[in-house]
Design a protein around this ligand. Structure first.
Ligand SMILES: [Zn+2]
Length: 475
């Protein structure tokens, strides 16, 4: 979820500010940087190939195929959209469930609202909403589509959804408008299927954090917007084409995306390259950020993190720099960056592996993305390790419904989780820990991981498991 650094206006995030601004210090003693690559002739017994593939496994052949079309109104506050979905469940089902993130109690009070206007498809007989603790003025937090008959595992369902998204005033959130810029991420009905488990009907929470659980989908995106705006979004973008009437259409594709982020504004852009990854940064007029410098810094961070986690998961990374609402929010191959702070940039880039490539239930197991993205800050040298964080009360492995408030959530999952992973690495040695973590990354790529997958990867390093278990990571 977001790294949040400032503006504790609605949330009392003072502790988080302290955590995240801990400094741009070098890596603590005992944490080598960059690490030595795993030795090919190591004496350690190699785990089975299935538990430790040498490269990231490919996305599932039968993953969802999603085509999104957005049209941004001239007032920059209304997005009219459609979503066409081809879905192959691996368990039988008589319904489809989608998460409506804009209707959450965090986002809706600022004027964000997602309304479904129609759902069509050969098997569709009706659709409606379920609350899932959505903000009461909204129609609901879940869209439920009833199918005429049960769909067998392995059969294909195709539906089209029409919707309207209203964007509220800009805040530190995934939706908003400000002077000459609009952004929306999770701004469409999110298919909420977990393979092997079924539908995720988790409540929308009042904490500042994500709660989605989505498969990586083969996703194409089309955005029509006023022609004076530049669009930066998830996926490899093509050059815009004129749509007439003073508007242009921007398109992109991401072959394995769990979600989509779009920003449209008067961005000045600059590019950089990190290995096989093309980076595009966009800054608004009068922004203090130098787009070219930020693009180069991003490339440098990607190269640093690749030493630990393996190749960057996407061909592209776009970073629209929003007004300084304080923080950053990760999306597949895109980051909504609303902070000048390096540690936020490192954290969000690390999420491209932990959330983007290795999925998780952000409601049930938030530590699988947040603790690891926070741990990456320490590896990369942007955050200092504070071993006292291991004594923070609370279980790292708790769900979003177990935390009293955002402060507690941040301190336990970000702070204690980061400390526990760092302590585990130090206890068993950086090389062994990094190699085991690489097994987890490669084995769980493009899937939805669970905590047991971490334990499996660390099975030859019981001391590391013990430290994580003592921190409550495994429930
Ligand atoms: Zn995060």
């Amino acid at each position: 979820m977001p790294a949040f650094v400032t503006r504790p206006w609605r949330y009392s995030c003072a502790f988080v500010v302290g955590l995240l601004l801990a400094g741009c210090a070098p890596a603590p003693e005992g944490l080598s940087f960059p690490p030595d690559p795993p030795s090919a002739d190591s004496d350690d017994p190699a785990p089975a190939d299935e538990q430790c593939p040498s490269n990231a496994v490919a996305p599932a052949e039968d993953r969802p195929v999603i085509a999104l079309e957005f049209s941004l109104a001239e007032n920059l506050r209304i997005v009219t959209g459609s979503e066409t979905l081809t879905f192959t469940p691996d368990l039988p089902t008589e319904e489809l469930v989608f998460r409506l993130v804009p209707n959450s109690p965090v986002s809706a009070p600022f004027g964000n609202l997602l309304t479904v206007t129609d759902v069509t498809g050969k098997e569709v007989i009706d659709f409606g909403y379920e609350s899932a603790d959505a903000y009461p003025t909204t129609p609901g937090g879940l869209l439920v589509v009833d199918l005429a008959e049960e769909v067998a595992a392995g059969d294909i369902v195709e539906v089209s959804i029409e919707f309207e998204l209203e964007l509220g005033d800009g805040t530190f959130d995934r939706f908003g408008t400000a002077d000459g810029v609009s952004w929306w991420a999770s701004g469409f009905p999110l298919l909420a299927w977990e393979p092997g488990v079924g539908w995720s009907r988790d409540p929308l929470v009042t904490l500042l954090g994500e709660t989605s659980n989505t498969q990586a989908a083969d996703t194409t995106i089309s955005v029509e917007a006023p022609e004076d705006l530049e669009v930066l979004m998830t996926g490899a973008q093509h050059r815009p084409e004129s749509a007439g009437d003073g508007r242009r259409v921007w398109t992109s594709r991401e072959t394995a995306a769990r979600d989509v982020s779009v920003a449209a504004g008067k961005f000045d852009t600059a590019d950089a390259v990190a290995g096989d990854t093309e980076i595009t940064v966009g800054v608004l007029p009068d922004a203090e950020t130098d787009a070219a410098e930020l693009a180069q810094e991003t490339a440098s961070i990607i190269e640093d993190l690749e030493e630990f986690f393996g190749p960057f998961p996407y061909d592209t990374l776009s970073i629209p720099v929003l007004p300084d609402f304080g923080g950053g929010i990760e999306y597949p191959s895109s980051i909504l960056l609303a902070s000048e702070t390096r540690v936020v940039l490192v954290h969000e880039i690390a999420h491209m592996w932990f959330y983007g490539m290795i999925g998780n239930s952000q409601f049930r197991d938030p530590w699988l993305d947040e603790s690891f993205a926070s741990y990456a800050e320490v590896l990369e040298g942007s955050s200092e390790l504070d071993t006292a964080d291991l004594d923070i009360p609370g279980d790292v492995g708790d769900s979003m419904s177990d935390f009293l408030d955002t402060d507690e959530y941040f301190s336990v999952v970000y702070g204690k989780g980061r400390a526990a992973l760092s302590a585990a690495r130090e206890a068993v040695g950086a090389d062994s820990f990094d190699a085991a973590l690489r097994c987890y990354i490669n084995a769980q790529a493009w899937q939805i991981a669970v905590p047991e997958d971490i334990a499996t990867a660390l099975s030859d390093l019981p001391e590391a498991i013990q430290i994580l278990d003592d921190a409550g990571a495994f429930g």
